[in-house]
Design a protein around this ligand. Structure first.
Ligand SMILES: Cc1cc2nc3c(=O)[nH]c(=O)nc-3n(C[C@H](O)[C@H](O)[C@H](O)COP(=O)(O)O)c2cc1C
Length: 171
């Protein structure tokens, strides 16, 4: 699939079919995350793969906008070690998560990015449930599974967000 086709075709999926995701597909997605660009190649990321229904249910109960973690057969929790890169860990993690999601889509899987680090209460509860040590940040959870919906979304047009050469120059 062409790169733009892949990027534009991916949608956030919040309804999943019950069948499990093959382990090699999960590894494929994690491999894509591992090869994301990283400032100074410091790679401040780690990942927890959660498939246990009881754990997914507990995570879903914590997060108001992450209830679909209970239904998705896999939840990948993305962690950051800010001591590896205090300045750029957030950008690195964003790149890794996007890689993971696009790789998943290329395998026929649906994903949804669920932000965690923006809410201290969610982050603390995720930390407790998953036993994450205190030097790591819980950045996001990504649900993974075969989609049971096909939602549509739009984006702001290019001419509204792009400036040529200087701010405000539209062409
Ligand atoms: C940093 C970040 C946090 C997000 N957090 C949530 C979330 O908590 N729950 C959720 O259902 N979707 C979440 N999303 C997904 C967005 O809602 C979604 O990407 C957006 O509506 C555009 O839809 P699309 O991904 O289908 O193009 C998040 C996305 C990002 C990038």
């Amino acid at each position: 699939m062409d790169a733009l086709e892949l990027i534009k075709g991916r949608r956030s999926i919040r309804r999943y079919r019950p069948e499990p995701v093959e382990r090699d597909k999960v590894i494929y997605c994690l491999e894509a995350a591992r090869w994301a660009p990283s400032a100074g190649n410091r790679q401040p990321w780690e990942f927890i793969v959660v498939t246990e229904p009881e754990t997914r249910k507990r995570l879903a109960e914590v997060h108001r906008w992450g209830r679909h973690m209970a239904e998705a057969p896999v939840v990948v929790v993305a962690l950051a070690d800010p001591s590896r890169d205090p300045s750029y860990w957030q950008q690195d993690l964003g790149a890794a998560i996007q890689n993971l999601m696009l790789a998943a889509y290329s395998q026929g899987l649906g994903t949804c990015w669920i932000g965690v680090s923006g809410n201290p209460e969610y982050e603390e509860k995720f930390r407790e449930i998953l036993g994450v040590p205190s030097h790591l940040r819980v950045v996001a959870a990504i649900t993974l599974g075969y989609p049971a919906e096909a939602p549509s979304k739009d984006r702001r047009p290019l001419d509204e967000i792009v400036h040529w050469e200087r701010y405000g120059r539209r062409q």
